[in-house]
Design a protein. Structure first.
Length: 345
């Protein structure tokens, strides 16, 4: 089988990280050719194992919103002759579907979220996605999104996991950090995170408070924490180094899929101060003690942080550890291949 994977970019993001991990694992499978199409560059490009992948970057110097990407992708599809095409991210889904028009190839969407804000991209993507041959969602809520969008029940949607990579061995480090790790975007509720960090820094001046990540709201976040002992670290390639020193991680998003930072925090034994979402409950468990009932309240977030710092609850991560243990590269890749098998020519 030849699988073509199209993702618009390998910039800083959980979807990009997971795409790289997946194609690296799939490329090790005998009898499977993986073609990766993306715009060149991006912080995750260095993690690609190009020895096993047919790498077909799009022309350099163009935005991933450039409409010529449709023509470029269609040309690559014709040249590489895949059996299945899988697209990632909203623009990837739109460009991919347009490039596939009339070619008669199975189209698979990798659904990475459980909700999508209103806007022209969502407006275009929804009717296109209803016709996808297969949707692979990383949460039941992501699958439900397409059901409520009018996707016919006859077209399959399968829930798959993310890949979790074990942290590298390190010497034990002092736990002295409260961290946020993620994109600085509205979905991640970063205004509330920044204000909660400022409150926590005032309550715990002996601890380091750090916001790790990049995004469109960086200047607004910087303005909120300017007069407080909160560091903005930008993109950090080795997030394990941050997690190794963390007492708690904050993630009070408005919606999620299967967030990488929670999975990685669990592998380090770090409690997550999390918004009370179905996606988080599925991973952390219904009795998890560090959900924030009001994710729009910085005070509520800071209060839960204080509880973690004061006395971490033993066994809080037991449910999540059991889930994460099954998310090995081999097991997740197997689930993708099982779902893809009926759609190969």
């Amino acid at each position: 089988m030849r699988l073509l994977v199209f993702i618009p970019n390998l910039a800083d993001g959980g979807a990009q990280r997971q795409c790289v991990r997946l194609v690296n694992e799939l490329a090790t499978r005998e009898g499977l050719d993986v073609v990766l199409v993306r715009h060149p560059g991006g912080v995750h490009e260095s993690q690609l194992d190009l020895a096993g992948i047919v790498d077909r970057p799009l022309p350099a110097g163009r935005s991933h919103r450039d409409p010529r990407a449709v023509v470029d992708l269609r040309r690559i599809i014709r040249e590489t002759r895949p059996d299945v095409v899988m697209t990632w991210l909203t623009m990837g889904d739109i460009v991919g579907r347009l490039a596939l028009a009339g070619l008669g190839l199975p189209w698979v969407i990798a659904e990475r979220d459980s909700a999508h804000p209103p806007g022209w991209r969502s407006t275009i993507r929804r009717p296109l996605g209803r016709r996808a041959d297969l949707i692979l969602a990383i949460s039941r809520e992501g699958a439900d999104y397409w059901r409520t969008a009018g996707r016919p029940a006859s077209r399959p949607t399968v829930v798959v996991d993310n890949i979790v990579v074990a942290p590298p061995p390190r010497a034990p480090a002092a736990r002295d950090t409260i961290a946020f790790i993620g994109r600085l975007a509205h979905q991640k509720n970063v205004h509330v995170v920044a204000r909660a960090m400022a409150l926590s820094a005032a309550a715990h001046p002996d601890l380091r408070h750090v916001i790790v990540g990049q995004g469109a709201l960086e200047s607004e976040v910087r303005a909120i924490v300017r007069d407080h002992a909160v560091d903005l670290a930008g993109y950090v390639e080795d997030v394990h180094a941050v997690l190794e020193r963390s007492l708690a991680v904050i993630l009070v998003s408005h919606h999620e899929g299967l967030p990488n930072v929670v999975l990685e925090a669990v592998t380090h034994g770090v409690p997550v101060v999390a918004s009370d979402l179905p996606e988080h409950r599925a991973l952390l468990g219904p009795d998890y003690p560090y959900f924030v009932a009001d994710r729009d309240s910085p005070e509520a977030v800071a209060q839960v942080v204080r509880r973690v710092v004061a006395a971490p609850a033993p066994g809080a991560l037991d449910h999540a550890r059991a889930r994460v243990a099954a998310m090995t590269p081999a097991a997740v890749a197997d689930s993708y291949l099982t779902a893809l098998a009926p759609h190969t020519r």
